[in-house]
Design a protein around this ligand. Structure first.
Ligand SMILES: CC(C)(COP(=O)(O)OP(=O)(O)OC[C@H]1O[C@@H](n2cnc3c(N)ncnc32)[C@H](O)[C@@H]1OP(=O)(O)O)[C@@H](O)C(=O)NCCC(=O)NCCS
Length: 223
């Protein structure tokens, strides 16, 4: 029983989680009244809004998202001779990276979601973005290091492989891709990250991004 606008099915979550999955437009009484069928429910709310109705209706906190953004002309890029990208890249090495990289996101932090299913969700998303030609392979010293998937100037999914993480090279790899997106006509670059993801926050801060639109994400599972 989904009403257009108030509650929508999210088929990509459904495919990964193996149950029906829905996203509510808000936490108002009308949307809450439509929650009842078995499945996984998501709602994103203003951090300053009251959470009373969410708690009364069995929703629990999973994450706070924030949007890094930067006009192309204000990027602080640090190119590096070892950093390059591959376009389009072979998918398999990137899928291997994708399957182990994510841990800060709302699905990996949702105690009701099996970690392998959360990994599968991001792997499925990467496959879809790759098929649409929206994935840069990140290359460090000639080898596959990670990926950045983008849609209309938004860096929607990105990760480095374990052996390239934590070495301070992300800014060089991001610089190569951000410069290419700007050359391709993007006037503003943005992304969406978890505020708990300190390496990602600091990476974007180093590149000159500022932050806007925080959103708390709540989930509910009805078995
Ligand atoms: C997000 C990601 C790409 C960042 O790459 P990284 O190699 O870990 O980051 P770096 O080591 O280059 O660090 C980035 C910045 O954060 C800082 N930083 C890293 N870890 C930190 C920590 N635990 N606490 C505080 N600062 C930290 C670094 O000092 C660096 O700052 P600098 O640019 O001023 O030097 C990487 O961590 C990753 O792939 N994570 C898994 C996937 C993911 O979470 N993707 C993003 C969500 S879609």
């Amino acid at each position: 029983m989904t009403g257009p606008g108030l509650i929508e099915r999210t088929p990509w979550d459904c495919a990964a989680l193996g149950c029906d999955a829905f996203e509510l437009a808000d936490a108002g009484a009308e949307a809450m009244a439509q929650v009842g069928a078995p499945g996984h429910y998501t709602v994103r709310v203003d951090p300053l809004a009251s959470k009373e109705s969410l708690h009364r209706n069995g929703f629990y906190y999973c994450d706070t998202l924030i949007e890094p953004y930067c006009p192309a002309g204000q990027l602080k890029l640090t190119p590096h001779a070892a950093a390059a990208f591959d376009l389009p890249p072979p998918l398999e090495p990137l899928l291997a990276i994708c399957r182990e990289a994510f841990q800060h996101d709302r699905f990996h932090r949702d105690f009701n979601v099996d970690r392998r299913l959360a990994d599968l969700r991001y792997a499925n998303w990467l496959k879809t973005l790759h098929a649409a030609g929206k994935v840069y392979g990140l290359v460090w010293e000639g080898g596959a290091a990670g990926f950045i998937a983008h849609e209309a100037g938004k860096l929607v999914l990105h990760a480095l492989g374990a052996k390239h993480r934590g070495r301070g090279i992300a800014k060089h790899l991001w610089s190569a891709v951000c410069a290419d997106l700007a050359r391709g006509g993007a006037r503003e670059l943005s992304s969406s990250i978890s505020v708990a993801n300190v390496p990602a926050l600091n990476l974007y801060a180093t590149l000159g991004f500022r932050f806007r639109k925080p959103l708390d994400v709540y989930h509910r599972v009805i078995p």
